[in-house]
Design a protein around this ligand. Structure first.
Ligand SMILES: O=P(O)(O)OC[C@H]1O[C@H](OP(=O)(O)OP(=O)(O)O)[C@H](O)[C@@H]1O
Ligand code: HPA
Length: 183
């Protein structure tokens, strides 16, 4: 996307959650995560690329012992609808017997998180929990009612960017969650 076009995308977008709202959501998530697994010495995986900012900002709010790793799987690329899941980076850490927390930017249809959670369980994880900044509200989930264990924001069925979420690989750095005009 060209520079001018990218500026126009942000200018025309609808802000669904500004920085203050996102930070409050991260605070709530951190409290809930701490209460749930604060004493479990969990293995936390950032789901790249989208999970980068949420994981970073969440982790500074988690003041208990944990280990950090990353997984990379993608199914959207430059598209606004998902395809087959493509693994880009496989497990580099042993999850056997561990409590695992998967952190991502969004649960849209849930295909990505469910596949990664299933893979952790297949590798012997004792318990797998999931955390997302955004849950997109619609009826196209991978299983009816599928949702994360910890959700920051419930947002409408729009294509969103910011706080790690991209629109055509741009604006992951936008300081709020914005919906693309017309999408
Ligand atoms: O719930 P789903 O419908 O599976 O969609 C959610 C996934 O889609 C995005 O990743 P994407 O494939 O765009 O890769 P990226 O993280 O590199 O942007 C997002 O970061 C989630 O991982
Ligand atoms: O709305 C979205 N925005 C960015 N990335 C996504 N991946 C799934 N849904 C979305």
């Amino acid at each position: 996307m060209q520079y001018d076009q990218a500026l126009k995308v942000l200018e025309e977008a609808d802000c669904l959650a500004d920085r203050t709202a996102v930070e409050a959501a991260l605070d709530r998530m951190a409290d809930a995560i701490t209460a749930s697994i604060g004493k479990k010495n969990p293995m936390v995986f950032c789901i790249m690329n989208g999970g980068l900012i949420v994981t970073g900002q969440l982790l500074t709010r988690l003041t208990f012992p944990l280990e950090l790793g990353y997984l990379h799987a993608t199914r959207y690329g430059h598209q606004t609808s998902g395809g087959d899941l493509e693994w880009k980076a496989l497990f580099h850490a042993d999850v056997e017997g561990r409590t695992v927390l998967l952190v991502d930017d969004i649960l849209d249809e849930g295909v990505t998180l469910k596949a990664l959670a299933d893979e952790c369980l297949a590798r012997g994880a004792k318990k797998v929990l999931t955390a997302v900044l955004v849950n997109k509200q619609h009826e196209r989930k991978v299983m009816p009612g599928y949702c994360a264990d910890f959700t920051g924001l419930e947002l409408p069925d729009r294509f969103v960017f910011g706080y790690g979420l991209d629109y055509e690989n741009m604006w992951r750095n936008a300081p709020g969650v914005y919906a693309v005009k017309g999408l």
